[in-house]
Structures are given as structure tokens and as C-alpha cells.
Design a protein around this ligand. Structure first.
Ligand code: SF4
Length: 440
């Protein structure tokens, strides 16, 4: 028997990349590769890249530079670049780093085995097309290994919104939704392997419009209700959404679908209508606030999370104040906030930029407000009972960690619980980033 070859995947960016990396590992599993945590003993290194941060491509080139020595020692080592930087840079990658054997865009992972075969002949393998076929259809051979209790499942990819700061429509292409039956069968498979919570993923997941079994398009709410029928699947979440795609049925599902968790990540980006317009967000601050009102009417304990970009071109102090006002009005349970940074190729990169020190100062003010809100909502959980899906042992002896329905990390100590157990927990304490409690 020949020893299995080892595959090291370094994943950058969002949960969709985490999911894609798992699927790539499975596709290459069929070629005899097993995962390793160390690039040093790998036979193949794959960087699954993300283009969302500033200088993303430069970071990938410098990471590749680190593997030069390894490649010189082991000429058979295969090095690949996948993901959004691969899509954006294409051939430029092999031009600048000739040791790279294969470059594969996010829509072509199902072609990895073929690309690898080509790379083994010494030829350079490059695929950054947007093929018509569904890559997931070709990635069905999941090995039946046991899975952690919470898993991601990509149901939609790409985006048609073209926000002025975002590269997704260019790197991931137009919106594509997976058919309902494929999503349901993958969810069933995950549940059989021990998964109890599934987070449905998509760059614009609530724009989901997959073909149902009878041939008509299904929206995300209908898909969620169908998934909720699966015995053993206890929790469903979804991310990331655009406010304009939050339709009536999806709002209602937050109130009437027990398995849909009371946590929603709904990016707004800014609170000034002028800036929202410049961002091409296609909604206003008021329409966003009205939507939150309707969601909270359907599910009063809904915890909200948001994304914010501070210092977008032409943002004045008054525009920024409008963002603070919106945050005050919503009260977020968690949030991600960043300074605007130009991303080449996006329309906003061409406009008048806010000075760096102003961006920094505004970001600090926004983050201190968001942290106060997050802390207040978390502290308000003390004394309440939450449901916790336990995921893994904690850092200290006898400690177990899980997630509440609101996505708080919850620690308990000395309880008779195992990963996958779903239990009621009384919250006793609120720490900096997590809750401590006792199993009821
Ligand atoms: S909706 Fe989201 S993914 Fe689509 S362009 Fe806007 S920020 Fe990017």
C-alpha cells in the first residue's frame, strides 16, 4: 500500500471559504489526499484566498514566497491558489510566482482532480471560468466521517447587487442557487453524520431562488421550512443577507419556524442615505429600520448583527453621525466594522477618499458604541435560561463550550454533557466574550 498523500489547505476570509475548503478536501480525498495541519509535511498546499481586505493579493504573494524553500526541497510538492484572489489575478499568479502549479477560481472546484492531473504532467493548470454547470453537483462524494454538531452548507453563490465597495459580483459572478433537493439531501447527509445545526451560506443568501421538486422557484423561507422537517436537525441559521431580499415569508419564518434561530446578520453598512446611495446599496436608513421593526414584531427577542463601513468616500461628520444614530436605534448584539479601504476595480476606489486619521477616529467611536451595546445585551442574559448546543471541550478541565440560540458562546463546567447535546442552561455570569452558566 502506498502512504496517503498529505494536503494542507490554508483558508482565508469568510465562512463560505471554510465550506469550500472542506469540499475541496473531499474532492482531493478521492485522489488519495488526507488533510494535514502542517505545510512542511504536505504533498500539496492549497491557499483558499479571499479578496475582501486591502492588499489581499499582496498577502497571498508573500505567503507563496514562504513556500519557495519547501518547493525547492520537494520538487513534487504541488502548490495551488484557489478562491477570489485566484479569480481576480488569474494568470498573473503564475507569472509572478512560477512555482504555482494550479490556479482555480471559486466556481471550478469540481475540476480540481483534473487540474491536479494536468499539473502532475508538468503543465500549468489554470481555471477561472464561470461555468454553467453547478460545481456542487460534482462534489457529492462526501466521505461519511462524523461531523461536528454545527456545520455550514452553501446554498447560493454570487451576487447581483454591485455595492460600490464590493468585489463579490466580479469574483464570484452572478447569483446562482442550488436546487432544493440537493440542499435537502446534503442536509440529511450532514444530520446522519452528527450535525444538529446548519448555517445556510450565500454571499446574498436571502436572494436564494432554487428550483423546487415541482420545477418552480423556492425562496429561502420555503427552503428553511422544508429543512426544518428533517428529524435530528435542531437549528437553522443563514448568512449573509441583503435588506432588500428580506421578503414577507422570511420575516414570518422568524416568528413561526421554531428551528430558525433568533439571530440575524443583516448588514446595513452606513446610516446616511447619501452614503447608502453612493454605496449603491439600494435601500435607505429608514427602510432598514422599518424592516428591523417588522422582524422584531415577528420575533421580539431577535438578536441582530450588522456590518459597517466607516469613512466611505465623501462621508462627512454628519453622515457618520447618521450611522451612530442608526446603531443607537437598532441596538446590535454583535457587529463587524471596518474602515473603508479601496479595492481596485470597484467604483468607490475612484472617488475622493476620507483622510486616514478621520477614518480611524470614526471607527473608534463606532466600535465603542457597538461594544457597549453588545456588552449590555450580553449582560442582560444573566439570570435567563438559554438553549445551548454543546460543541467541544473548553480550555479548562471539565469545561464544555457551546452556542446559545442567540449565538453567544456559553461555557459550563463539571456538567455531564457531550458535543451534540442540546440542553437548557441558566446563565450565571457574563464575561468579555462569552457567558458562563449551569446546565438545568
Ligand atoms: S450585497 Fe453583499 S455581496 Fe453583494 S455586492 Fe453588496 S456587499 Fe457585495
Amino acid at each position: 500500500m502506498t502512504a496517503p498523500k498529505k494536503l494542507f489547505i490554508k483558508t482565508y476570509g469568510c465562512q463560505m471559504n471554510v465550506y469550500d475548503s472542506e469540499r475541496m478536501a473531499e474532492a482531493l480525498g478521492g485522489e488519495g489526499y488526507v488533510p494535514t495541519d502542517s505545510p512542511d509535511d504536505a504533498d500539496m498546499i492549497l491557499l483558499n484566498t479571499c479578496h475582501i481586505r486591502e492588499k489581499a493579493a499582496e498577502k497571498v504573494y508573500s505567503e507563496l514566497g514562504r513556500y519557495k524553500g519547501l518547493k525547492a526541497e520537494k520538487p513534487d510538492l504541488k502548490i495551488g491558489v484557489a478562491g477570489c484572489v485566484a479569480q481576480a489575478e488569474g494568470e498573473e499568479i503564475v507569472r509572478r510566482q512560477p512555482m504555482v502549479d494550479l490556479v482555480v477560481g471559486p466556481q471550478s472546484y469540481h475540476r480540481l482532480p483534473d487540474l491536479l492531473a494536468k499539473a502532475k504532467t508538468g503543465a500549468r493548470a489554470l481555471d477561472t471560468d464561470f461555468p454553467e454547470e453547478d460545481k456542487f453537483e460534482h462534489l457529492t462524494a462526501r466521505p461519511k466521517a462524523r461531523r461536528a454538531p454545527a456545520a455550514f452548507l452553501t446554498v447560493q453563490e454570487g451576487c447581483d447587487k454591485f455595492c460600490a465597495f464590493c468585489v463579490v459580483p466580479y469574483t464570484r459572478g452572478a447569483e446562482v442557487s442550488r436546487p432544493v433537493d440537493r440542499v435537502v439531501s446534503e442536509a440529511r447527509d450532514l444530520v446522519e453524520r452528527g450535525v444538529r445545526e446548519i448555517t445556510l451560506l450565500g454571499q446574498n443568501v436571502n436572494a436564494y431562488h432554487g428550483v423546487g421538486p415541482e420545477g418552480a422557484d423556492w425562496g429561502l423561507a420555503r427552503l428553511i421550512r422544508e429543512l426544518a422537517k428533517i428529524d435530528g436537525l435542531e437549528r437553522i441559521r443563514f448568512t449573509t443577507s441583503h435588506p432588500n431580499d428580506m421578503d414577507d415569508d422570511l420575516i414570518a419564518a422568524h416568528g413561526d419556524c421554531d428551528k430558525l434561530m433568533p439571530y440575524l446578520h443583516l448588514p446595513v453598512q452606513a446610516g446616511s442615505d447619501k452614503i447608502l446611495k453612493r454605496m449603491n446599496r439600494q435601500h435607505t436608513a429608514e427602510s432598514y429600520l422599518k424592516l428591523i421593526e417588522r422582524l422584531r414584531a415577528a420575533r421580539p427577542d431577535l438578536h441582530l448583527s450588522g456590518d459597517f463601513i466607516v469613512g466611505f468616500p465623501e462621508e462627512t461628520e454628519a453622515d457618520f453621525q447618521a450611522t451612530l444614530d442608526l446603531v443607537e436605534a437598532v441596538e446590535y448584539g454583535s457587529a463587524f466594522s471596518f474602515k473603508y479601504s479601496t479595492r481596485p476595480g470597484t467604483p468607490a476606489a475612484e472617488r475622493a477618499q476620507v483622510p486616514e486619521d478621520e477614518k480611524t477616529e470614526r471607527l473608534q467611536r463606532l466600535q465603542s458604541l457597538l461594544t457597549r451595546q453588545q456588552r449590555a445585551l450580553q449582560d442582560a442574559m444573566v439570570g435567563r435560561d438559554v438553549s445551548v448546543l454543546f460543541e467541544k471541550p473548553g480550555r479548562t478541565d471539565g469545561q464544555m463550550v457551546g452556542k446559545s440560540e442567540y449565538l453567544h458562546a456559553v461555557h459550563v463546567t463539571g456538567a455531564d454533557v457531550a458535543p451534540g447535546d442540546l440542553r437548557r442552561v441558566r446563565v450565571l455570569e457574563s464575561g468579555p466574550n462569552s457567558l458562563m452558566g449551569t446546565v438545568l
